[in-house]
Design a protein around this ligand. Structure first.
Ligand code: TNX
Length: 524
């Protein structure tokens, strides 16, 4: 049974005003019924009603050839726990139980990432303007199945999806996460696992911080010692770990992310945070003498030599090679904490280097300090400060600079939750789940209008991280909070808190070691 679209729109209600789903008929055997709107990030419109859909061993996934990638992601997500074959077909047989993916004109309001999800007794339909929207709809559908769906081995469960309709699309175009590969190198398989985890929350950019004082983590053919020396074993913080991405590994990550509708943003931090490059190439210092390698966590002590021509040959070579292996629109050139560069030199450097990014076809992106340079008018500035206004950034915005919001005291995933958190830093303050959730990326900076804000990003610096488990413990649940700020137009702590509590068993099923904040009533 299909409900005509016009009928749906006629009863469209914003989420906050939507009628509450019927209370679950609690029985000892069955877990509480999932409410249609119990999804992170919160969808725009939720209209519960009608019979559940049952996923069975006979269910097929119907998708056109153009949406095969999304269909495969869906099948991969549902097969392990159900044990069902869930064949992907171009046309489902009449009367079959079907999850149908379809692209077509579903309205400009939905943009490239919005979707409509309809759940009927024998059919689930996901419709979108394109595959990114279908993928977003699939992430919603996964959260509407019992938590056991996220287990990697076969489970016995009643695979029901609550009936009704969802219409959904994002508030901001940019919803990012950042992973610091420089302080501790995380191998490609860990990055892929992180991509899988963040894509569930409709995050669409992954920023990789690929070079810093300690190490250099991306192969650059024209300057091979960057990785031979800067990526050697022992180049992680405290001499723990090392490593780098070959170009082939980087390209593979770009593809893996793209298959999950995530765009990789590579960062090479300069003119500061360059000690590892200078150890490998002493000609990049002003006196030509190699500095000692550093694996401590100090910042602000290294600088490229602004007056030397070879500096710009180096920078241009790196930008050219990075741009050539990066299909996404952005190239991040750092620019933070350049205390070892004079303000005049900093401007000279940025005025020369920001246009180099455009020369290789990319939009320049940097930490908010770049806003001091007039050439940043065509760039994106990532705000990482603790204040609620920033005059330099606000002035740049009037000339065209766009902003991604990553306030360190709210959005930094590397800060401790509380004084007892075993890993993480605390220079920006403790960030409990509610702190991470209780702000608005569009209005936090009083002197920057929401229209200049492209979105939000949650950075995870890795000074204190060694392994995947550490990444997960600091990222979750806060990444889910930041993702909701980026996607959802509604902002309601009580609602988020209850949906987050219900999400806990999903992380358990995935083997994700999340932080069990006492602010949340975790379902078991
Ligand atoms: C500041 S935030 C930094 C990084 C550190 C981080 C640790 C920013 C743009 N720079 O170099 O890793 O603090 O929280």
């Amino acid at each position: 049974m299909r409900v005509p679209l016009a009928a749906l729109l006629a009863v469209a209600l914003p989420l906050a005003a939507a009628p509450a789903a019927a209370p679950a008929a609690a029985s000892a055997a069955a877990p509480a019924k999932i409410a249609l709107g119990s999804v992170i990030p919160a969808p725009v419109e939720v209209h519960p009603g009608g019979p559940d859909f049952r996923l069975t061993k006979g269910t097929v996934i119907e998708a056109p050839a153009t949406a095969l990638n999304v269909a495969r992601r869906l099948a991969e997500a549902l097969r392990p726990a159900t044990g069902y074959s869930l064949p992907i077909v171009a046309h489902a047989p009449r009367g079959a139980s079907v999850i149908s993916l379809a692209t077509g004109a579903v309205g400009a309001r939905l943009g490239s990432e919005g979707y409509r999800l309809g759940v009927r007794a024998s059919e689930v339909t996901v419709r979108a303007n394109g595959n990114a929207g279908l993928f977003a709809g699939v992430q919603t559908l996964r959260q509407l199945l019992p938590a056991a769906i996220d287990a990697s081995t076969r489970q016995h469960a009643r695979w029901a999806v609550p009936g009704g309709d969802i219409v959904d699309y994002p508030r901001f175009a940019y919803r990012g996460a950042m992973l610091d590969e420089a302080r501790h190198f995380h191998p490609p398989d860990d990055v892929k696992r992180y991509i899988d985890e963040i894509s569930r929350f409709k995050v669409n950019y992954l920023h990789l911080h690929l070079a810093d004082d300690q190490g250099w983590r991306i192969q650059i053919d024209s300057w091979p010692r960057l990785t031979e020396i800067g990526g050697a074993p022992g180049t992680g913080v405290d001499g723990v770990g090392g490593g780098y991405l070959t170009k082939a590994q980087y390209r593979d990550l770009v593809r893996y992310a793209a298959d999950r509708y995530i765009t990789i943003v590579p960062e090479i931090d300069m003119p500061g945070h360059v000690n590892a490059a200078q150890v490998a190439y002493p000609e990049l210092t002003c006196d030509g003498v190699a500095p000692p390698p550093r694996t401590d966590t100090d910042v602000g002590y290294s600088s490229l030599c602004i007056g030397k021509e070879i500096t710009y040959k180096f920078v241009e070579d790196v930008i050219r090679e990075l741009a050539a292996m990066t299909p996404g629109p952005y190239l991040h050139i750092g620019g933070d904490e350049a205390q070892a560069t004079t303000p005049a030199d900093y401007l000279t450097f940025e005025q020369r280097v920001l246009p180099l990014v455009a020369k290789y076809g990319k939009t320049a992106y940097g930490w908010n300090e770049i806003a001091a340079a007039p050439a940043a008018s065509t760039a994106v500035a990532q705000y990482w400060g603790l204040d609620t206004s920033n005059a330099t950034l606000a002035a740049a915005v009037t000339h065209g600079t766009k902003v991604v919001m990553s306030p360190a005291n709210l959005a930094y995933l590397d800060q401790k939750y509380n004084p007892d958190t075993p890993i993480g830093l605390d220079w920006a303050g403790f960030i409990e789940v509610r702190t991470a959730y209780d702000w608005d990326p569009g209005t936090l900076l009083s002197d920057v209008p929401a229209s200049a804000v492209l979105g939000v990003e949650a950075p995870l610096w890795s000074e204190t991280l060694r392994k995947m488990d550490d990444i997960e413990f600091l990222a979750f649940p806060r990444l889910a909070a930041i993702a909701e700020l980026g996607w959802s137009r509604t902002h309601d702590w009580d609602s988020f808190r209850s949906r987050l509590g219900a999400y806990g068993p999903r992380w358990d099923a995935q083997g994700v070691d999340f932080y069990r904040s006492t602010q949340i009533d975790w379902a078991s």
